[in-house]
Design a binder for this molecule. Sequence first.
Ligand SMILES: [Zn+2]
Length: 399
Amino acid sequence: MAISTSDPTGIPSYDFLSPQRIVFGWGRRSEIGAIASSLGRRAFVVLGSRSLERNGQFTELLDLLRAAAVTPVHVTSIAHEPEVADVDRLAAELAKCSLGDGDFLIGIGGGSAIDLAKAAAAMATNRESQSVVDYLEGVGRGLTIDKPPLPMMALPTTAGTGSEATKNAVISSYDPPFKKSLRSDAMVPRVVLVDPEITQSVPPDVTAHTGMDAITQLIESYISRRAKPIPQALAIHSLRMAVAALPEAVTDGKCRWARDAMAHAALLSGIALANSGLGVAHGVAAALGSLCRVRHGLACAVMLPAALRMNQSVSRQLLAKLGRAIGCQAANDDEAAEQFIQRIEQLVSTLQIASRLRELNVAFDEIRALVDASHGNSLSSNPREISDDELCSVLEKMW
Ligand SMILES: [Zn+2]
């Protein structure tokens, strides 16, 4: 068979980062004791799911830990995206616990709980500053995570952010407003336990928004200017399933194949974004989160179609590949890319997600500030440069 040499760049040089151990499967939270005992003996637990507390599953998890000779210490619960004060408080509390070998964290919840646990695990051992602000990208003193964080295990209860597999924690502030990452290769959770069964109790709107976050992450990492072959293979594999599964998971929360597909898509989207970066949809989503308090998944869902249109000209071939992967029949790349974008627009509309910024309570005169706050790691990975004026006019048209 002839090997094509038409691409002169060949395979790019790359690093690939992922959790050390991934345990995936329906019902496998029953194994939490044995899995956690490989990390240590005292587990500081951060919980982000009220429904788990209500339906008794949280108590069951703690009992399973104790049965495996792991002492759980439920240090905090969180019901909002983590803020600077949340991280500082928890890290200070942990630092007072005579930390040593055998201590680790477990984050159980959506991205908020897992991000809080990851950030606190890092800040508990890195005490050059008492505040995480000094370690965040683009704000503070620019300190870095030099000492290894406490080991960390993640058990996601929603299917979306992929935080269980990423090397950053997104931390918000509202005064002054920003949404920035604490980032270090050492922050990737050591062990990830994904049990899709646990996502059955997630309500339809949260399922839709978090699912669109995962889909946005798969697509943005795939066309990112830092895209790499392993994450691209993961993204194309799981996008195919996610696009079909998400409407089903929203309509029938008990549907096993759909919950499986979405939990897997979220996990792989985390691995993909940790290695390849994201794009303009996530750049603007961060701004919508910090300035207008729009939830992350919803912000991504609203921005994704516009992001695809902004990148259509430079990412045509890649978007065409995604289109063919999800079953678009097209004579050429132009058509396949166009059909792919239309499928995503349809998906967003099927899920009854807003398409106008004013529906998110964004004021028209906030758009300039949104553009300014969109700069950061995500925007810098977008496949093409987008000027502030262009972004401003796109957002104005979306208002
Ligand atoms: Zn995201």
